[in-house]
Design a binder for this molecule. Structure first.
Ligand code: GDP
Length: 495
């Protein structure tokens, strides 16, 4: 774990001596990666948690699912927000930390400064009198990487990490996605037991049966043991990251257990939905006229959903909020459209398809589906949409001024101000303000008649004389000023 750009991926790459596949959209790592290496007859699994700020909950989960956290801090930088967050997650999960002070090859590297800053966050490394191992590394030259591996072995010996492979297997879903050909796939980090093809399991309260197991290179394998992170096929539905995968002894019990769990889950959801609605109603009452942009997120993986969700939640304003009414992995379905219609929500499709029948249904029910494959673009677009919901600022612009010279009466219309335009133009559709001796008489009045001589005209330019009649005004005096203005709507931006 560590702040973005401090070198997590590079260290991992160096360790694996391979390259991470390029082509991440928007520069954001979209998948949690898990890689296993063999080191001195030990298998070590690394879980890469993104350092980008959008991934708080992934880091929290990363800390929870591991035995050891390696905190990467660049020696040419400081202890940064995501470093602190990683420290907090590791503490909360009560997982021991090993510090890798990286980029020590750089001339500007200042190892002592990093150690001092870490001590300020209660991370006391060994040569600062603490118990935490700290290794100086360079992913560029390879310096210290061996030492880091040794530190991991040492730590795990102290922790005496053991797992039973003979019991019912249990694991945690660290990523999931919907594959066009294969259906739901989840990366499962096995915590105990042996995950085998054919075993029945429950995950996210849905029954399943392991159909295939694949390693990180997509090779099909027969089984997986504790600390293996493997891709598993055989889910009924796409599970969510953080879901517990649990083998069930008897396949015949599967349905019963799943049904019971789903019933409980529905009850919980039902009660929270009610509560949320009440909450939002009371908030609306409090805030007056609240506009909300309701969003349904459909995406290719849990990672994308989280990245999007967390970025969207940042789009906030006193008057306008973004509400994610539903999120899920997979293509946009007709039930998403139904929900969109019911909740007046826009559907955001990230890296997923909308089948033509669903699109047709969406068109008919006026539900907008917006497709993206770059997170940044989706966030920018929604920001603009939210800005659209902000009531515009109204700014007055004066377009012309006339001075009244005399008054006269015309049958049917009434009194007319014989005036001369002194600046700008007076137009028939201008808003009008009448000022007498510096005192405003009428504002937002409308012109009911604008004439040059006997003819109705639409504009009168500077210097010309004209006859103006203003709605609601019966009397004009010489010297009165007639100010024509318009109201400009200025789009407001989220700060
Ligand atoms: P991550 O966001 O923490 O995964 O960081 P990356 O591994 O993507 O590294 C960010 C940048 O720092 C890349 O340009 C790397 O080439 C560079 N980098 C990483 N480790 C080192 C190092 O030890 N020395 C030097 N000089 N550059 C490094």
């Amino acid at each position: 774990m560590g702040h973005v750009d401090h070198g997590k991926t590079s260290i991992l790459d160096y360790i694996r001596e391979t390259n991470v596949v390029a082509g991440e959209s928007g520069g954001i790592t979209q998948r949690i990666g898990a890689y296993q290496v063999d080191y001195k007859d030990n298998k070590i699994t690394f879980l890469d948690t993104p350092g980008h700020e959008a991934f708080t909950s992934m880091r929290a989960r990363g800390a929870k699912s591991t035995d050891i956290v390696i905190l990467v801090v660049a020696a040419d930088d400081s202890v940064m927000p995501q470093t602190i967050e990683a420290i907090n997650h590791a503490k909360a999960a009560e997982v021991p930390v090993i510090v890798a002070i990286n980029k020590v090859d750089k001339p500007e590297a200042d190892i002592e400064k990093v150690k001092r800053e870490l001590s300020e966050k209660d991370i006391l490394v060994e040569d600062w009198g603490g118990k935490i191992q700290s290794i100086n590394t360079s992913a560029k030259t390879g310096e210290g990487i061996e030492g880091l591996m040794e530190a991991i072995l040492l730590e795990s010996e102290v922790l005496d990490l053991k797992a039973n492979t003979e019991i019912l297997s249990k694991g945690i879903v660290i990523d999931s996605r919907l594959d066009k050909g294969l259906g739901p796939i989840a990366t499962v980090l096995v915590k105990k037991g042996t995950l085998k093809i054919g075993i029945p399991f429950i995950c996210n309260n849905f029954p399943g049966k392991v159909r295939a197991i694949m390693n990180e290179r997509n090779d099909r394998i027969q089984s997986a043991e504790p600390s293996d992170a493997v891709q598993v096929l055989g889910f009924d539905q796409v599970p969510q990251s953080g879901d517990i995968f649990a083998e069930v002894e008897n396949e015949s019990d599967l349905k019963k257990i799943a049904n019971e769990r789903q019933r409980i889950k529905r009850e919980i959801e039902f009660s929270t939905v009610k509560k949320n609605t009440l909450d939002s109603i009371s908030a609306q009452i409090k805030e007056g006229d609240v506009n909300n942009l309701n969003i349904i997120i459909k995406a290719d993986s849990d990672g994308s959903i989280e990245a999007l969700g967390e970025s969207l939640e940042k789009i906030k304003h006193d008057e306008v909020g973004v509400d994610i009414v539903h999120k899920g992995v997979g293509n946009v379905t007709e039930s998403d459209v139904l929900l969109g219609e019911a909740s007046n929500a826009v559907i955001l499709a990230f890296n997923v398809q909308t089948p033509s029948n669903t699109r047709l249904q969406a068109d008919q029910s006026n539900v907008e589906i917006r497709s993206y494959n770059i997170i940044y673009q989706a966030v920018e677009d929604l920001k603009l949409a939210v800005e659209g919901l902000l009531k515009p600022d109204l700014v007055e612009e004066i377009v012309g001024e006339a001075i009244v010279k005399e008054t006269f009466k015309i049958p049917k219309i009434g009194f007319i101000a014989g005036s001369q335009v002194e600046s700008g133009t007076i137009t028939r559709d201008s808003l009008i303000r009448l000022v007498r001796e510096e005192e405003e008489i009428i504002k937002d009045g409308k012109i009911i008649s604008l004439k040059r001589f006997k003819d109705d005209v639409s504009t009168v330019e500077t210097g010309l004389e004209c006859g103006i009649a203003i709605e609601g005004i019966k009397k004009y005096l010489p010297g009165d000023k007639i100010i024509a203005y318009k109201i400009n709507e200025i789009k407001r931006k989220l700060s």
